[in-house]
Design a protein around this ligand. Structure first.
Ligand code: SF4
Length: 357
């Protein structure tokens, strides 16, 4: 395995300082939630809109998306879904980069979000000016960016990847003899580098949720549940990934829970995913991987504070008023579509090959 290339410019670059919001989770009586769901269902119908929700969002939003012909998925499938449906409006429940990706692939559609304040620490931590300057210093590297980036950063990239596709894409680039700039998640980058042996320079971003999972405490929990299989998202630190039975994207984690012959699972990813896990693997037990550890902090709760901003009330407000529309500069759309389309074609070809095999 080749070492990660040292890079003075990257070492010296200061990651942006940002405030992680103290999102208060909305707890509403069942009757009120039912009334809000009914109103949202009516609005989706009236406005010819579909609801596209990420696995980490509110369980009722996920239910409604499923019940109304929308989609509950990971970021790649969310991006694909919009291109397959006729609806004029997509109500994207997730974080801003997901709305931007939907707009890039569906520029003729209106993309609304419950709030434009739902960010992502990976996206914020990789501002276009600094990233672009960094790429300029390595003109012969292929620029591979994770889906969790702004439209402008995607427009600067050669490839966009997701956690489920990153190893395959980087393997292919390595076989072509390419060196790689990887951004923004350092943990996922380390995992991909370790799996592929590719020559990669890693941007130093991290997810505020997955970075909090603790290796030592996970070890203790595994002793309490010796039969449990450990499912880990690769945005987690290496000490957690090393203990995984399965390392996978959100879709990969759900698939493993459904298919593995085990009754108990320790899950290291945002706990919003437990809604889908319980629905698709009923009767199995899911245990949250430990976050706080001995140095407990209030922010360690395994739930993304930005995803939690997607509420039923805000979704209704967006559809009623047309607020929070995602707008992306057409020139950026045109450039950003290339790395995304490359990935969609790559995954499609891979599926075809797997089907033929
Ligand atoms: S869970 Fe992490 S990667 Fe996902 S949106 Fe939140 S901050 Fe970003």
């Amino acid at each position: 395995m080749s070492p990660i290339s040292p890079d003075i410019a990257l070492r010296d670059y200061r990651m942006p300082v940002y405030q992680v919001p103290d999102t208060v989770i909305e707890v509403l009586p069942i009757a009120q939630r039912q009334a809000l769901k009914a109103r949202l269902r009516t609005l989706l119908n009236q406005k010819n809109a579909v609801l596209v929700a990420h696995y980490y969002t509110d369980g009722d939003l996920q239910l409604l998306a499923d019940e109304t012909g929308g989609c509950v998925s990971d970021s790649l499938e969310m991006a694909r879904f919009g291109t397959r449906i006729d609806a004029q409006t997509l109500l994207v429940c997730g974080v801003r980069f997901m709305g931007e990706t939907a707009k890039i692939l569906n520029p003729e559609k209106s993309i609304l979000m419950p709030t434009l304040e739902a960010e992502c620490s990976l996206d914020i931590g990789c501002p276009i000016d600094a990233f672009s300057a960094f790429c300029d210093q390595h003109p012969h590297h292929q620029v591979v960016v994770y889906a969790n980036t702004s439209a402008a950063v995607k427009a600067r990239a050669d490839w966009m990847v997701t956690s489920g596709s990153a190893v395959d894409v980087v393997t292919m680039l390595k076989q072509q003899g390419r060196r790689i700039i990887w951004a923004p998640d350092k943990y996922l980058g380390q995992y991909v580098q370790q799996q592929t042996g590719a020559d990669m320079i890693l941007w130093q971003g991290a997810c505020v949720v997955h970075e909090e999972f603790k290796g030592t405490e996970l070890e203790l929990l595994r002793h309490q549940y010796p039969q449990a299989k450990v499912l880990v998202h690769p945005e987690s630190p290496a000490s957690v990934i090393q203990q995984a039975d399965v390392v996978g994207s959100t879709t990969g984690i759900i698939k493993a829970a459904m298919e593995l012959d085990a009754e108990q699972f320790i899950v290291a990813t945002d706990k919003g995913i437990f809604h889908k896990l319980r629905e698709l693997a009923p009767g199995k037990t899911f245990i949250e991987a430990p976050t706080a550890g001995r140095s407990a902090t209030c922010k360690s709760c395994a739930h993304c504070p930005w995803m939690a901003m997607n509420t039923l009330g805000k979704a209704i407000h967006a559809l009623e008023t047309g607020a929070n529309e995602i707008l992306v500069d057409p020139a950026i759309i045109e450039r950003a579509r290339k790395p995304i389309t490359r990935l969609l074609e790559f995954t499609r070809d891979q599926k075809r090959l797997a089907g033929d095999a």
